[in-house]
Unconditional design. Structure first.
Length: 248
């Protein structure tokens, strides 16, 4: 009986042990994940030293903190892992932060579903609360939607919806027994962490669009830990190019 030559330890790591450990780690970071493919870009020697110079991945229909991601493609670099423990059957752990750059796409259906129960839903209500606390914005809202009071201290009684309209984003505050408030406009990325309204219009209950003087060039600061390259809307999809640091 002819026997195959033994597989080198490093090759076995890359082809069998490490992919399983990476896949399990990715699954722990996401609520759900559909089709997943990834490519580990490392030599045997690098893996055995606990270093992965590069990793590319793509996934479809993933869910992260309630946000439904239609498509993800990303490239990570300079990853250091606990390879000794992985070889003993322990879960993969990161030893230091590393950068990952890529593209995330949300289609219209996934964007709508993400507004129901996710960190996005909370963020949208927080955005409205900040916006309506500005006197000049509140005055415009009262002019176009009526002087009904808005309980800024209890935003949980409202819901917010985000949708694409041609090349614009439309953000709607849904109020019980009162007209919905809808802000529509195009968005630019400024300095990587500021979303700036290039155009801003109120969509009235009758469908008419009215330019907002109070919100021209308004910017929403996402925090300096955010690094967006672009945010584009096309073909009923929200396409985001970004770079983040993954923490251990």
């Amino acid at each position: 009986m002819t026997q195959s030559p033994p597989t080198p330890q490093g090759s076995r790591l890359i082809s069998r042990v490490l992919p399983l450990a990476v896949k399990f780690w990715l699954q722990t970071q996401l609520d759900e994940i559909g089709d997943l493919t990834f490519d580990i870009q490392a030599t045997d020697r690098q893996v055995l030293s606990g270093r992965i110079p590069g990793l590319s991945l793509s996934a479809q229909q993933a869910i992260y903190q309630g946000i439904r991601l239609t498509d993800i493609s990303a490239q990570a670099s300079n990853i250091e892992i606990n390879i000794g423990q992985v070889l003993r059957g322990k879960p993969l752990r990161l030893k230091q932060e590393f950068p990952i750059a890529g593209q995330v796409i949300l289609d219209g259906n996934d964007l709508a579903a993400s507004c129901d129960a996710s960190v996005l839903a909370d963020g949208l209500l927080n955005f409205w609360q900040t916006l309506l606390a500005k006197d000049h914005v509140a005055a415009e809202v009262a002019t176009h939607y009526g002087p009904d009071p808005i309980a800024l201290q209890d935003m949980a009684q409202y819901r917010s919806r985000l949708q694409t309209v041609d090349t614009d984003l439309a953000l709607t505050l849904i109020r019980q027994e009162q007209p919905d408030i809808c802000l529509q406009g195009s968005i630019d990325v400024d300095q990587g962490h500021i979303l700036r309204l290039a155009t801003a219009q109120w969509r009235l209950p009758n469908g008419q669009l009215v330019t907002s003087d109070a919100l021209q060039n308004f910017g929403w600061n996402l925090g300096k830990q955010t690094n967006l390259q672009s945010l584009v809307i096309e073909n009923d999809q929200l396409i985001c190019q970004c770079r983040i640091m993954v923490q251990p």
